[in-house]
Ligand binder design. Structure first.
Ligand SMILES: Cc1ncc(COP(=O)(O)O)c(C=O)c1O
Length: 380
């Protein structure tokens, strides 16, 4: 049998590679983006209660209505921008499944999709699987700012979608209001859709406000917002997220969603609906992670790593160019194997594996883990 891969160039993701190395060498794992502390016991109790109350069969296709209502209220509260809970919000199996559905629902052969590199690694395979063409725009270290003139030059009649991600993984950069206005201006009067990956919306630092696409009316009219409870409530293993979009876009999304998963975990949706009633459960997240960022950075301030403090997400990029000129993948492997600390080399997310000599570290960890990690980084 001749097997012709649809993704011939795709290798195992760097997250699996580095997490496996961390396990094998018993290294502190600051590579993959997940907390090493538990979700709120109240939320876990709510899941148990929901299971005991019999919510153990299929949930409605678009998600439990109470949960969609709480999400709609959250958008009203934070952005004064409404999404209709019945027609414009769908609960998904993590942000990843939402991203997959959006791209599958709209991207056809030879459609062009603009993405900004370094980029989270699931966008490209989904575009390619659907016959689309990835149009990457490389952002320059250390600021990772978007040159909107370059974006303008890349837009043409084939451009079907632009994917943005703010706060941005892996750089920790956030889009400014001006970025969003530029994007709105460039897409106005076009048929371009925007996929806005906002999974870290509740994690912004130094009093910076998250700039959701839904704050900009013309942008909102062409955009999908993608979110993840895993990032917000410290339970990445639950894989529950959601997607918001205007009705006519959401109708197309659901045509794919209903045959992709049909629906997602029922008792967890009930629990999340109850948990979201208390807005303090997500409003305190920026402060919570800012303390972790500040602790981590103060602990490594006299190390040989250089950095610009992250503005959002729970990632910090560290520049090791004063330590060695080794390729970042090699250096990351050496750190895991010889020094006992795992990170993610940024080159894997860049165009042509451009190597700026930077590694990404996840600081969604206990103070104890961060202290141990800093002790190692200070010794390098
Ligand atoms: C930018 C970004 N988008 C999407 C995801 C996927 O989220 P989920 O685990 O909810 O599928 C992640 C997870 O790391 C991410 O960092």
């Amino acid at each position: 049998m001749e097997l012709i891969s649809k993704l011939p160039n795709l290798e195992t993701t760097i997250f699996s590679v580095m997490s496996a190395l961390a396990k094998e060498y018993n290294a502190i794992n600051l590579s993959q983006g997940f907390p090493d502390f538990e979700s709120d016991p109240k939320l876990i109790d709510l899941v148990t209660q929901a299971m005991k109350s019999g919510y153990n069969q299929y949930a409605p296709m678009a998600g439990v209505l109470e949960l969609r209502e709480r999400i709609a209220e959250k958008y009203d509260l934070l952005y004064q921008s409404g999404y209709h809970p019945e027609a414009e919000i769908t609960i998904t199996s993590g942000a990843t499944q939402a991203i997959s559905c959006i791209i599958s629902a709209f991207i056809r052969n030879n459609d062009e999709v603009i993405i900004f590199k370094p980029a989270y690694d699931c966008y490209e395979p989904f575009i390619e699987l659907n016959g689309g063409k990835v149009i990457p725009i490389q952002l320059e270290y250390p600021k990772y700012e978007i040159d909107w003139d370059t974006v303008k030059q890349k837009i043409n009649a084939q451009t079907k979608m632009i994917i943005i991600n703010t706060p941005h993984n892996p750089s920790g950069r956030i889009f400014s209001k001006n970025d969003m206005l530029k994007l709105q201006g460039l897409t106005k009067n076009s048929n371009i859709l925007v996929l806005s990956d906002e999974v870290y919306e509740h994690i912004t630092f130094d009093d910076e406000k998250h700039q959701s696409v839904c704050l900009f009316p013309d942008l909102k009219s062409r955009s999908f917002v993608v979110a993840s409870f895993g990032k917000t409530f410290h339970n990445t293993g639950w894989k529950i997220g959601y997607c918001c979009a205007p009705k006519e876009l959401m109708e197309e999304f659901r045509k794919v969603h209903q045959f992709n998963v049909y629906c997602v975990n029922h008792p967890m949706q009930i629990a999340l609906a109850n948990y979201l009633k208390e807005s303090s459960n997500y409003l305190g997240l920026s402060q919570f992670y800012q303390e972790k960022r500040d602790l981590f950075l103060s602990l490594i301030s006299s190390s040989r790593f250089k950095f610009i403090p992250s503005k959002g997400t729970y990632f910090q990029v560290l520049d090791y160019s004063e330590i060695t000129q080794e390729a970042d993948i090699e250096f990351a492997k050496r750190l895991a194997i010889k020094h006992g600390i795992a990170s993610i080399p940024l080159s894997v997310f860049n165009v042509n594996n451009l190597d700026h000599k930077v590694l990404r570290f996840c600081f969604a960890k206990t103070s104890d883990t961060l202290r141990k990690a800093a002790y190692i980084l200070n010794s390098i």
